[in-house]
Design a protein around this ligand. Structure first.
Ligand code: ARG
Length: 249
C-alpha cells in the first residue's frame, strides 16, 4: 500500500515539475493555447467555424517550430490567466496587453503588437465622444477583465456593462441598450468594417503592447517563444546578414 502511495506522489511531483515545459509539450505532441475568439483580426471564428487570425498564425508558428500539433482552447478572457496558472493551457495568445498587474502572476513574451483603445458608437447619431470624459453619464459596454474595462472603470459616472464576448457588446450597441463600446483600436476597426452601422468616434492613446502569456517559472518555454517572435521580426535581408556576417557556428 505504502509503495503505491509513494509511486503516486512521485508521479504527481513529476507531473507538477514537467507540466507545460518544453519536454512535456513535445512528449504530449501538442501545444495547448488559450484564447478568447471574439477579437478580430487577432482571433475570431470564421464561416467554417474555425478559430483563425493573426494570433492563431503566431501560435501555429510556435507549434510548428516545436514540431507539435496546435490545439486552441476557447475560454472567456478573464479565465485565461487562471487557466495558465492551473496548467490547463501552455500559453495565452489573445491580444493580451502586458500590464504590471498581470505580470505579477504570469510572465510575458517580448511585445509583438502595439495597441490603443477606441470608442465605438452608432453611426449617424448625435453622440460622438472625443475623449473618455465624454462617456460620463453614458452607458458603455466592455469585455470583462480587459484593459478597456479598466480604462472605463476609472471614469466616474459611467454605467458599465461587462460582457464575456465582444459580439454581445456590439449587439447591445446595435439594440441601443448602450451608447458605446470601448475596445482595442485594431479590433474596433475590424468590427466597424463588418458592421458599417458603427463608427470609431475616438482613439484613446493608451500605449499598450501585446505579449504572449507564459506560466511563471517556465523559463525554457518563455525563451523559446521569444526566439520564435524575434525570428518573425527579421526581414529576409536581416536573415542574409545573419547568415553571411554573424553566423559563427
Ligand atoms: N488588449 C486587451 C487586454 O489585454 C483586450 C484583449 C482581449 N482579447 C481577446 N482575445 N478577447 O485586456
Amino acid at each position: 500500500m505504502k509503495k503505491w502511495v509513494a509511486v503516486f506522489l512521485a508521479l504527481v511531483i513529476v507531473g507538477v515539475i514537467f507540466s507545460g515545459t518544453l519536454a512535456e509539450i513535445k512528449e504530449r505532441g501538442k501545444l495547448i493555447v488559450g484564447t478568447e475568439p471574439t477579437f478580430p483580426p487577432f482571433e475570431y471564428v470564421n464561416e467554417n467555424n474555425e478559430i483563425v487570425g493573426f494570433d492563431i498564425d503566431i501560435a501555429q508558428k510556435i507549434a510548428d517550430e516545436l514540431g507539435v500539433e496546435l490545439e486552441i482552447l476557447n475560454l472567456p478572457f478573464d479565465s485565461l490567466i487562471p487557466a495558465l496558472i492551473s496548467d490547463k493551457i501552455d500559453l495565452i495568445v489573445a491580444g493580451m496587453t502586458i500590464t504590471e498587474e498581470r505580470a505579477k502572476v504570469i510572465d510575458f513574451s517580448i511585445p509583438y503588437f502595439n495597441a490603443n483603445q477606441a470608442i465605438v458608437v452608432r453611426d449617424g447619431e448625435p453622440f460622438m465622444p472625443q475623449t473618455l470624459g465624454d462617456l460620463k453619464g453614458k452607458k458603455v459596454a466592455v469585455q470583462l477583465g480587459t484593459t478597456g474595462d479598466l480604462v472605463v472603470s476609472d471614469i466616474s459616472g459611467v454605467t458599465i456593462t461587462r460582457f464575456q464576448k465582444f459580439t454581445d457588446a456590439f449587439l447591445e450597441l446595435q439594440n441601443k441598450r448602450v451608447d458605446a463600446v470601448v475596445l482595442d483600436e485594431a479590433v474596433a476597426n475590424a468590427y466597424v468594417k463588418t458592421f458599417p452601422k458603427f463608427i470609431v468616434a475616438a482613439v484613446i492613446d493608451t500605449g499598450e503592447k501585446y505579449g504572449i502569456g507564459v506560466k511563471k517559472g517556465n523559463e525554457e518555454l518563455l525563451e523559446f517563444v521569444n526566439t520564435v517572435i524575434s525570428n518573425m521580426f527579421k526581414s529576409p535581408y536581416d536573415l542574409l546578414v545573419e547568415k553571411w556576417f554573424e553566423e559563427t557556428k
